[in-house]
Design a binder for this molecule. Structure first.
Ligand code: ZN
Ligand code: ZN
Ligand code: ZN
Ligand code: ZN
Ligand code: ZN
Length: 234
């Protein structure tokens, strides 16, 4: 092999190794004449263009991704090896967002990490997690069933709560304690209440609501039940 060809082989070797992500300094430098000792022992390499192992496309040098001796085109590499965004299902190149406490399941593009329901951003970095996904306050509480059932309020409940959830509690919603009022006269019901049609009433208005309704004896008795108001602290 002529001296000039040997030099080219060394340069090509370096280029290939650079593309493939191997360390170029693993090639022994023979001496001051510029010849690489390793290049003489290796067979000559084909041109830098390679074929993708998966899709058989010809890959230009800048698009080659090497994975355990399989040359892949950039698209196949991205498709097979990069994590997929849980919102848009596309692969994530570069920074992925998830939660440090592991409550968020999977990873997100930075631009996809928004309320899963309404796509509102989280400008101060605070978000709510429901079913492993990020939500804004409103949609978290909507899914969680923790918006105040008082028709004039409807806001999220994050502290103390009065709950009519469950048939044994009247089958209604949850309330801020100050919102837990008679549905007719709006007087506070912080000690006792009655439930008619899943809504809370004072005794007088529960009687009036009951009188407006027909029903079996057991239904009338259930509506007449005086219930203790329990404020749950969270
Ligand atoms: Zn490919
Ligand atoms: Zn995405
Ligand atoms: Zn939202
Ligand atoms: Zn309320
Ligand atoms: Zn009342």
């Amino acid at each position: 092999m002529a001296k000039g060809e040997d030099d080219d082989g060394g340069a090509q070797e370096m280029l290939d190794d650079f593309i493939n992500g191997r360390k170029t300094d693993s090639i022994a430098f023979a001496g001051e004449n510029g010849a690489y000792a390793a290049s003489a022992a290796l067979p000559e390499r084909p041109a830098a263009n390679k074929q993708c192992t998966l899709c058989a496309r010809q890959i230009s040098p800048s698009d080659i991704r090497q994975t355990s001796n399989m040359p892949l085109c950039r698209l196949c590499y991205v498709e097979r090896y990069l994590p997929k965004c849980r919102k848009c299902a596309k692969p994530i190149e570069g920074g992925a967002v998830t939660s440090s406490d592991g409550k968020i399941v999977g990873k997100y593009h930075r631009d996809c990490f928004l309320c899963f329901e309404c796509a509102a951003p989280f400008p101060d970095g605070d978000f709510y997690v429901y079913d492993g996904k990020p939500f804004c306050q409103l949609h978290y509480h909507t899914l969680n069933g923790s918006l105040c059932a008082n028709a004039g309020c409807g806001k999220p409940i994050e502290g103390s709560c009065v709950s009519l959830v469950g048939e044994e509690n009247g089958g209604g919603g949850r309330y801020h304690p100050p919102c837990f009022n008679c549905s007719t006269c709006h007087s506070p019901l912080l000690e006792h209440h009655f439930v008619v049609d899943r809504l809370p009433y004072c005794e007088a208005h529960a009687v009036r609501r009951r009188a407006q309704k027909a029903g079996t004896a057991s239904e009338r008795e259930e509506r007449a039940k005086k219930r203790q108001t329990i404020i749950t602290k969270r």
